[in-house]
Design a protein around this ligand. Structure first.
Ligand code: GLU
Length: 312
């Protein structure tokens, strides 16, 4: 699908250096955008103050080293708070927000509704009276209540056609919009920011596919573009030698670590291209060559298992 006028994006959380899996997803997102005439935008998702180690700058440097370019300056999600709050206020005005004082333990201990998906919010705080709500607030003070979406009665969980996964279905519950510590939740921020940035092509790891029905519901409730105007492609993850999702414990997996073992960024790019079927084993390819050869229909649908031995 061509998308002149639209935009793709990569939206890393700055919680450490990017590893091979992140770089691969970013390169795929870049190819998707550039091959369809879209702009490619960058957003650092730095809302999680507790976790974020402020590695956004280093991440951008690594993306450039791999050969990825983007339009304009990277957007910092932490600077978009006013828009996030406006969206929450809009939902609240429509009666679609309620306070929740449940702890994780409360949620686990509560009996779940019949047919509810595992881990779904059981609705404990959904229908409290004003007096009950005030008592609950007082009970948890100085902690503040979280805010949850009141999923309208009769809502059918949105389904969507993913470029790589095909038809995706998922469950939705009354998910969190703003945490008790004031941090706006990922699902809310990502929907508001993608729309504000004009993003109509979302390419990211397939671990996020199950969040997408929630995000589509929010798009609809906020009157923002949603599929089919917005295209989704969830990319298979990279696994480490143990078969689990690639992680720091798997050895040298970031550009800096690999550089210390004598592997340069161009070599890493070529490994990634080879894993995507876009380079022959050992062939050195530029980002432009990868883009030239890119064909979404031919992308692997299985995770790539990476091991140092397989690429050295
Ligand atoms: N910030 C998220 C992550 O790094 C990705 C969000 C998205 O692409 O929607 O996992």
């Amino acid at each position: 699908m061509t998308g002149a006028g639209g935009a793709g994006r990569y939206a890393p959380s700055p919680s450490g250096e990017l590893h091979l899996g992140n770089l691969r997803t970013a390169l795929i997102a870049w190819c998707f955008a550039r091959s369809t005439g879209r702009r490619f935008l960058m957003r650092i998702e730095d809302l999680d103050r507790a976790r974020d180690a402020g590695s956004g700058g280093a991440q951008l440097d690594d993306l450039e080293r791999i050969g990825i370019d983007w339009d304009g300056v990277a957007v910092l999600q932490s600077e978009r708070g006013a828009d996030h709050e406006r969206a929450i206020a809009r939902l609240a005005d429509a009666g679609l927000v309620y306070e929740c004082t449940c702890t994780r333990r409360d949620i686990l201990a509560a009996p779940s509704a019949p047919h509810a998906p595992p881990g779904a919010y059981p609705g404990t705080c959904r229908d409290l009276s004003e007096a009950e709500r005030a008592a609950a607030r007082a009970r948890i003070a100085p902690r503040l209540p979280a805010l949850r979406l009141r999923v309208p009665e009769g809502t059918v969980a949105p389904e969507f056609d993913d470029v790589l996964l095909g038809r995706v279905r998922g469950d939705i519950d009354d998910f969190v919009l703003r945490r008790g510590d004031g941090t706006v939740a990922y699902n809310l921020a990502v929907v508001v920011d993608d729309a504000a940035m004009g993003v109509d092509q979302i390419v990211r790891g397939d671990d996020l596919a199950s969040s997408t029905p929630r995000q589509i519901l929010l798009q609809r409730l906020l009157g923002l573009p949603s599929p089919p105007e917005v295209e989704y492609a969830h990319v298979p993850l990279v696994l480490g030698p143990s078969g689990a999702r690639l992680a720091k414990r798997d050895g040298a997996v970031t550009l800096a670590e690999l550089r210390r073992t004598g592997v340069d960024a161009a070599t890493v790019r070529s490994w990634i291209a080879e894993s995507l079927g876009l380079a022959a084993p050992g062939e050195r390819v530029s980002a432009a060559q990868i883009l030239d050869r890119f064909d979404p229909a031919a992308l692997p649908r299985e995770p790539w298992t990476w091991s140092p031995a397989a690429t050295s």
